[in-house]
Design a protein around this ligand. Structure first.
Ligand code: SF4
Length: 287
């Protein structure tokens, strides 16, 4: 089975234990406007422009004044992406699960300090069947697996036995606010977090703190009250500060970045959330 991904690389201890080979899968079912990887939202990849776009490699006349008319590109076989001088590339790489697992095995000497393979996104469970197949192959090869997911897939618990380290993101304790901004409610996410705590040894829940959305003291209390009902001491919580690292990619993807300075948070919010969660006997971590 083929997997579409847009990025592959190593990082140490950020997305699971030790030194890890991290795959960012294409496709996401949510629409969080602060997403740092806009090129990963489409399941089939996104055309990305470089500093200079050379229209001579487009026979359909889609390139004018350095801009692409992407409505024309939709029905095109995209020959331009195979020509580096065009200044246009496709974010997506398609690769068979066996090939990915073989490559991961060849990287085994790099998996020091308990490392292995992490799959993140995009949202990896958008390619659920291929993800399942990949994790089965990795387990057969004795490779440590980690998954970072938005937690919305109803079949996620079926994957638990194949995952050594699980990270579930949760953007809001209020389902309607979650739906309004991210495009789906949080019921399945909270249920999957609860089941993960019941069935697994370890779980990390990540909460991105976004000013004007979920980062006030009242929000911290409401988050903590929600999680103290459904988690146990196997669960850790990490707070991620809103950042603009992906902002410049939006234009390259032909998309509009809609976040404003209101979204910015500081270390004070992280400290506040940490104190309030700890006061509710919820364990906090920093990776
Ligand atoms: S994808 Fe096709 S239509 Fe679009 S710029 Fe490339 S060659 Fe032109």
């Amino acid at each position: 089975m083929k997997i579409n991904y847009f990025q592959r690389g190593f990082n140490f201890s950020q997305d699971g234990p030790g030194n890890r080979l991290v795959y960012h899968f294409q496709g996401c079912n949510l629409i969080c406007p602060w997403c740092a990887n806009p090129e990963g939202i489409s399941k089939d990849g996104t055309l990305m422009t470089g500093d200079r776009v050379n229209g001579t490699y487009c026979e359909k006349g889609a390139v004018n004044g350095g801009k692409i008319d992407r409505t024309i590109c939709r029905s095109c076989d995209k020959p331009c992406v195979k020509i580096p001088a065009s200044g246009i590339k496709l974010s997506c790489v398609s690769e068979e699960t066996e090939s990915i697992a073989d490559y991961a095995k060849s990287c085994e000497p790099m998996f020091f300090d308990g490392g292995g393979v992490t799959v993140t996104g995009g949202e990896p469970t958008v390619q659920f069947d291929a993800l399942t197949e990949l994790f089965m192959l990795l387990k057969e090869k004795g490779i440590n697996t980690a998954l970072e997911t938005n937690g919305t897939h109803p079949k996620l618990p079926g994957l638990f036995p194949l995952i050594d380290y699980l990270i579930i993101d949760c953007k809001h304790y209020d389902s309607e606010k979650h739906r309004e901004i991210c495009g789906a409610g949080n019921e399945t996410i909270l249920k999957n977090i609860e089941l993960a705590c019941e069935e697994r040894n370890r779980l990390l829940v990540r909460i991105p703190l976004i000013g004007g959305f979920n980062s006030s003291a009242d929000d911290a209390v409401r988050f903590a009250e929600t999680f103290e009902k459904i988690t146990n001491d196997k669960c850790g919580f990490e707070f991620l500060m809103y950042h603009e690292f992906g902002k410049n990619k939006y234009e390259r993807c032909g998309m509009t970045y809609t976040m404003t300075d209101e979204a910015k948070v500081g270390i004070e919010e992280v400290k506040l959330f940490t104190e309030i969660f700890n006061a509710h006997s919820l364990k906090t971590v920093r990776t």
